[in-house]
Design a protein around this ligand. Structure first.
Ligand SMILES: C[S@@+](CC[C@H](N)C(=O)[O-])C[C@H]1O[C@@H](n2cnc3c(N)ncnc32)[C@H](O)[C@@H]1O
Length: 234
């Protein structure tokens, strides 16, 4: 077990933020090593679904070091891209790396007016919220009707085979990499255990529909592990 409470274990925002503050310096490197850079392909795929027109506004929620924001800027140079996150060490790295605007904000209380944005992305963020249902409702609030949502996440694997593979990879490979590359192996244990406690892809698709999105689709990008959920604000 980790020191950071897991999904469903109550109010954990402070512990989650402190954890991301600690791992910010090694976050990008670990992501690339743990996924062999496939994480960037997942972000590219998610951003491609948004089809942003020139001048449209994209809010990257739980932006962390702003890799999704950077991808959006590269695919849509004329869109207005803003990253937001509640961990300043993560976000300031992102703002420095991308040169894009960034807003320090809790995803459950976004400091934007209702109907302000044309698209929202969240990559590997919803699993960390105290309530992903409240997070989805808050994103829906700041989106215009017709605005596009793309959520990337490590959902709870469902089939016995993928659960077994997942268990072995997560329990053997990830902690070793975490220990080698980061001073905070505990944080990487959290990333694994929170995945196993989070919603499955079909459960999250249902939550997204209930939060006011239509045309919601869920697709696995990596068998049983990484999923992409897209939808349109009704
Ligand atoms: C796993 S990182 C993902 C970062 C980035 N989106 C990416 O693709 O690499 C999760 C991020 O969510 C942020 N986060 C978690 N809970 C949050 C909340 N309630 N409000 C804002 N940011 C939050 C963390 O600070 C962290 O930067």
């Amino acid at each position: 077990m980790t020191g950071v409470p897991l999904p469903g274990q109550g109010d954990r925002a402070q512990a989650v933020r402190a954890m991301f503050d600690r791992i910010a310096p090694t976050y990008d490197l670990l992501n690339r090593v743990m996924t062999l850079r496939v994480d960037q392909l997942w972000r590219r795929r998610a951003v491609r679904t948004l089809r942003l027109a020139p001048g449209e506004k994209l809010l990257d929620v739980c932006a962390g070091t702003m890799d999704v924001s950077a991808e959006a800027r590269s695919q849509y140079p004329e869109a207005l891209v803003v990253g937001s996150d509640f961990s300043l060490p993560m976000l300031s790295r992102g703002a420095q790396k991308t040169g894009l605007p960034a807003s320090a904000a809790d995803a459950l209380h976004l400091p934007f007016r209702s109907g302000a944005v044309d698209a929202v992305t969240v990559a590997f963020g919803v699993r960390n919220l105290d309530s992903h249902e409240v997070g989805l409702a808050e994103m829906a609030r700041v989106m215009k009707p017709g605005a596009r949502l793309a959520v990337l996440e490590f959902f709870r694997p469902e089939s016995t085979g993928t659960r077994a593979f997942h268990g072995v990879y997560n329990r053997l490979a990830l902690p070793v990499m975490g220990r080698l590359l980061s001073a905070d192996a505990d944080a990487y244990r959290y990333l694994v255990e929170s995945m196993e406690r989070f919603a499955s892809l079909p459960e999250f698709v249902d939550s997204t529909r209930r939060a006011g999105f239509r045309g919601v689709k869920g697709e696995l990008l990596f068998p049983g592990v990484c999923g992409l959920v897209t939808g349109v604000r009704a």
